[in-house]
Ligand binder design. Structure first.
Ligand code: F3S
Length: 567
């Protein structure tokens, strides 16, 4: 990878330790992805803000960043873990608020603007820079790539910050024309009316994704037949699809397409999902605004509650400060009705008082995905906006039985993996910053993408995702073999937290480079390998004993002993 004189100086440490660490991470990422050079970044958006999502990994990382760390480009920040205006009403503790403030202070010291919003694309749309961004926050990445002139890879919070500190990012993946190709055709054969219908569609596609497809930059679906989609519908579709690693989608005919699979979404599929997701038990709280609500979404909610009186504490609406500040009348209408309009925060990263909230209703499949995950373990149902408000108004609308436990996953992940026998020896690539290493250990293998945030227990390393082939297995001390990460861009901080606590994997092997996993391995020197001639996810079984060795820039993977195959 060709570096400018300045970039070489950063890598050599001549611009301080923080820039050296950041440049090393970017060079690892770029070299692994065959980027020919770095390109300047016009804007960065950093995720990993809440103590709940970033956790120990984030706070330890920020503390270790030296005083010399500063961002070089306009850098905005994702939603925080509470609204500083009304955290007491939300049930947040003083300790939680103090931890949040320490994180915000650390970002401010880096020069990051504390916008605390996951919808940077709504910040005066006309001023969104064209060109290259380094954006984390999966919904924002997918929105920017799909509907604006800004191009960004699916950066993790960590790599977006590294790019902001260095002012550049490797030229690879979705920054390049040749990779912005649709690889999945979705025939939409039903009428989608409101934004939550689009959210259901995005989630449905993610759940249906066949394994074994070559998707180095994630699924890039072309949704054919959706008709008109307004801003809110587009936003809902990208946010839900992004839960499954989608960083670019097409509603119009794509410039190029090499479809590897075709899916067909019908009215029956839509109605079946609504039936599965409908509240069957008493709803304790309705949350609207994931991603944070646009002005039109706040207005629509205000219209539904205007001149009504909801029982106290049953409706929370999440929006960005810049919208909150300009929507006095709508905010007043919602709050007069008994709801709260929260700013700077998000339904997944706030604290819920479990003495009173044990079943949430929302109109967002992104909220459902993460509220149900181990992040919150909150039973969550989904309905259209008017139905959500009806439940907020009438606690007796569903029967009065308290909801217990997590809703079982309606759709199991597709896996084409079959047990393997016989000898195996593969050669692949490692990281530029790693010279030599050798590890021997037990492989933990899946061909289904893994989401760290919410689906890997950040204290124990146990996968907690019903329907996933690794559900219940611990990644701690294993040679973890999986195709790529999916979902949240906060993943590296979960991995960092596990590694800081010595509950991380021994080594990580990905089919393709994983933009969410690689940065944590680069930062902490964890053995990382990728791009083998044959897919290790299919060639290895969980329980196999393997030896991985990096020498002369090549990683060799040797099978030492096959695990007994259960009959
Ligand atoms: Fe926004 Fe992501 Fe939360 S989309 S509302 S920060 S889960």
């Amino acid at each position: 990878m060709e570096l400018t004189v300045k970039q070489q100086a950063m890598l050599a440490g001549n611009h301080g330790a923080a820039k050296q660490m950041a440049m090393r991470l970017l060079v690892d990422l770029g070299t692994a992805a065959d980027a020919p050079q770095m390109v300047p970044v016009a804007a960065a958006h950093v995720s990993g803000v809440s103590p709940l999502t970033g956790g120990h990994g984030l706070t330890t990382f920020l503390e270790k960043l030296g005083d010399d760390a500063q961002v070089e480009v306009e850098t905005t920040l994702n939603s925080a873990g509470c609204d500083s205006r009304c955290w007491r009403e939300m049930g947040a503790t003083t300790d939680y608020v103090e931890r949040q403030q320490r994180i915000l202070d650390a970002y401010a010291a880096l020069g990051v603007r504390l916008t605390l919003s996951c919808t940077p694309y709504e910040a005066v749309q006309t001023s969104l820079p064209d060109g290259v961004g380094a954006w984390a926050e999966s919904n924002a990445v997918c929105y920017a790539n799909s509907y604006t002139e800004l191009r960004t890879n699916r950066d993790s919070g960590l790599s977006a910050l590294a790019a902001a500190i260095c002012g550049c990012t490797p030229d690879y993946g979705l920054l390049r024309d040749e990779n912005r190709t649709a690889n999945l055709l979705v025939e939409v054969e039903c009428d989608l009316v409101e934004s939550v219908d689009f959210s259901v569609l995005g989630d449905w596609v993610g759940k249906q994704l066949p394994t074994g497809l070559a998707l180095p930059w994630g699924p890039v679906p072309h949704f054919r037949g959706v008709g008109e989609a307004n801003h809110e519908a587009r936003k809902a579709l990208s946010a839900a699809a992004a839960n499954y690693g989608c960083a670019l989608l097409y509603l119009d005919e794509p410039p190029a397409a090499e479809y590897q699979a075709t899916l067909c979404f019908t009215t029956a599929d839509l109605e079946a999902r609504y039936a599965e997701l409908a509240p069957r038990h008493a709803v304790d709280l309705v949350v609207i605004g994931c991603p944070q609500a646009s002005p039109a979404e706040v207005r629509a909610t205000a219209e539904l509650v205007r001149n009504r009186s909801l029982p106290e504490g049953r409706l929370w609406v999440f929006t960005a400060s810049r919208h909150w500040d300009s929507l006095h009348e709508e905010v007043a209408a919602i709050e007069a009705a008994g709801g709260m309009v929260l700013r700077d925060t998000c339904p997944e990263v706030v604290h819920y008082d479990r003495a009173s909230v044990n079943h949430i209703l929302t109109n967002s499949l992104k909220a459902e995905h993460y509220l149900q995950s181990g992040l919150n373990s909150m039973p969550t149902s989904v309905a259209r906006l008017a139905d959500c408000i009806a439940h907020a108004a009438d606690p007796e609308m569903a029967d009065g039985v308290a909801h217990k436990g997590r809703r079982p996953s309606a759709v199991a992940h597709h896996s084409t993996k079959v047990p393997q026998a016989g000898a195996l020896s593969l050669a692949g690539s490692g990281l530029e910053s790693q010279d030599t290493w050798m590890v021997e250990g037990e492989a933990l293998v899946t061909d289904v993408p893994l989401t760290f945030l919410g689906f890997v227990n950040r204290r124990t390393g146990v996968v907690e995702e019903p329907g996933h082939p690794l559900n219940g297995e611990s990644i701690a001390g294993k040679v973890l073999v999986f195709p790529r990460g999916s979902g949240s861009s906060v993943a590296p901080y979960v991995l960092l937290g596990l590694l800081y606590r010595n509950h991380g994997p021994l080594a990580i092997v990905n089919t393709e480079i994983d933009q969410q996993t690689l940065p944590a391995c680069s930062l902490l020197g964890v053995p990382y390998a990728h791009s083998f001639g044959r897919d290790p996810c299919l060639e290895l079984n969980s329980g196999d004993q393997v030896k991985l060795e990096l020498r002369d820039s090549i990683v060799t993977l040797e099978l030492l002993e096959r695990a007994p195959v259960s009959s």
